[in-house]
Design a protein around this ligand. Structure first.
Ligand SMILES: [Zn+2]
Length: 133
């Protein structure tokens, strides 16, 4: 199978379980809770190889843009992480903590939140795998 075909299958898979994700997130951004905005599927690294809803979160375009280009992070947008870092959904939790790790160097409030973070062993492993990409 060519790389292009693989990409196509992968994208289709993401579209199918997008519905499942929309149910889970209740139509708001799973990070900043924005509602009534366009939501996109964000795959949390490291990629599991096959599309997996457990490895994806629904986010608004504002969050996704900043997740994808760390240079464009606006710290004030990410105060929402204080709530999302306690999510029952591991992918949301891991993404929140990854973002806090990026913010902590310049934002004291982010460092404080990270100190309070609690992770199950498999979430801690995921976080460390994602952080070393
Ligand atoms: Zn958002």
């Amino acid at each position: 199978m060519s790389a292009k075909q693989k990409t196509r299958i992968r994208t289709t898979g993401l579209a199918i379980f997008g519905k499942e994700l929309i149910r889970r997130c209740g139509s708001h951004c799973e990070l900043c809770k924005a509602q009534g905005v366009k939501l996109v599927v964000h795959e949390v690294p490291p990629s599991p190889g096959t599309p997996d809803p457990e490895h994806c979160i629904m986010v608004c375009e504002d969050c996704q843009r900043q997740l994808l280009s760390p240079k464009r992070i606006e710290a004030s947008h990410w105060r929402c992480l204080a709530a999302s870092m306690w999510s029952d959904i591991p992918a949301v939790k891991v993404t929140s903590l990854l973002m806090l790790q990026q913010l902590e160097e310049t934002e004291p409030w982010a460092a404080e939140l990270l100190e309070q973070a609690w992770l199950a062993p498999e979430e801690a492993r995921w976080l460390s795998d994602a952080g070393h990409l």
